[in-house]
Design a protein around this ligand. Structure first.
Ligand code: SF4
Ligand code: SF4
Length: 368
């Protein structure tokens, strides 16, 4: 069952503490007077800390404009266009399109989700490309190799800074400051879903791959239908947005409203899925990445001990009285449970929200 932890807003109002399960359990017993006083002092401390999470640390006006968060937003928009950069040529900007062709020639796929079948697709996602190659009966040596190299050096930075579906969720979550953080046990259960999806789609892609190599793929392709060419594509939000959305007629006036009656039921489900990704992000940041994305789960295997990661400076971090980094982490990582040296979490997308918000400047980027 989903446990609703107190939101950032309720914590700010000092109504409920929001640190850990254990602390919530404590409130069930009748407290002594000294305990009440101690508790209210603690809550006041936390309220002050949580107040600091409203906006990232910025010492002056320049810092408010040019900061890590702003830089990430700019990079995200830049790559959102870049992964679909053929659109630049369609709009007449061939110089910009040529720039992205040069990038594409160096790195044709990156650890994110972005299908090469997209109408304007320039750079593909490693996971999407792997599944396409498998379905064509080819073992994805190059895609897999380049993906592992990027992930072991940069971790899941591409998830945090480049993936277009991550970008959509990050922007969708901005209007609402009151986020819900499931308890760690619930979060762990929900994370298992993406591992299950990974196993299922990879099983079918591998089955198609082997059948194709043996020349006996007709039956399995007929049985799998839309899932035959890539087990992931029909449930891949990037495929739905960048390919399927361009293939159906969209109404642009009352007279053309009937166009939607021509949409098949499969597309309706896919459309509702995309709306859900956006809507649910208002309360659960990056929920698709956290619980559903099989690509993110796979990337996490190689990024856990990446060369570049984050850690906490023990001289600055005050974990007993502060949980700002955990409150702002879009992946709901309990950062304080990791050793100071490294946050060895395969969920970390190197978004650096924790670094931007830490009131003690204790979060550091590690190169080791
Ligand atoms: S977890 Fe999946 S959807 Fe999220 S950023 Fe990574 S590749 Fe993209
Ligand atoms: S631990 Fe920090 S860098 Fe990693 S996902 Fe959470 S906020 Fe982003």
């Amino acid at each position: 069952m989903m446990t609703q932890f107190p939101t950032l807003q309720s914590a700010k109002q000092g109504s409920v503490n929001m640190v850990d399960n254990a602390e919530l359990a404590e409130t069930e017993e009748e407290p002594e007077e000294e305990e009440v006083e101690e508790q209210s002092k603690k809550e006041e401390k936390k309220r002050v800390v949580l107040e600091k999470t409203k906006t990232p640390r910025a010492r002056n006006i320049v810092g408010m404009i040019f900061n890590l968060r702003m830089l990430r937003r700019i990079v995200q928009i830049f790559f959102f266009i870049g992964v679909n950069a053929w659109i630049l040529g369609a709009m007449g900007n061939e110089a910009a399109q040529q720039f992205w062709i040069t990038i594409r020639d160096i790195i044709p796929t990156l650890p994110m989700i972005a299908p090469l079948e997209g109408i304007y697709a320039m750079i593909g996602g490693s996971f999407d490309a792997m599944h396409r190659e498998l379905a064509a009966g080819i073992f994805p040596f190059f895609t897999l190799g380049s993906m592992i190299i990027i992930l072991t050096i940069l971790g899941r930075t591409t998830c945090g800074w480049i993936c277009p579906i991550g970008t959509i969720q990050d922007f969708a979550t901005l209007p609402n400051r009151e986020k819900i953080r499931p308890a760690p046990s619930t979060e762990n259960e929900l994370r298992r879903i993406k591992a299950g999806i990974f196993i299922i789609v990879t099983f079918f892609s591998s089955w198609v791959a082997i059948s194709t190599m043996l020349g006996t793929d007709d039956a399995i392709r007929r049985a799998l239908g839309v899932f035959a060419d890539s087990g992931f594509a029909p449930i891949n939000p990037a495929y739905i947005i960048f390919k399927l959305f361009f293939e159906v007629p969209w109404p642009n006036s009352l007279e053309t409203l009937w166009y939607i009656s021509s949409w098949g039921w499969v597309f309706w489900l896919q459309f509702i899925f995309i709306l859900l990704i956006v809507f649910v992000s208002l309360w659960f940041p990056r929920w698709y990445c956290r619980w559903l994305c099989p690509a993110g789960w796979f990337y996490g295997i190689f990024s856990r001990n990446a060369l570049i990661s984050i850690g906490r400076n023990p001289a600055k971090c005050t974990p007993d009285t502060c949980n700002v980094c955990e409150v702002v982490c879009p992946m709901n990582i309990r950062i304080r449970r990791f050793p100071y040296q490294h946050v060895h979490s395969q969920e970390c997308i190197m978004c650096l929200e924790c670094k931007s918000h830490c009131p003690n400047d204790a979060i550091e980027i590690k190169f080791s």
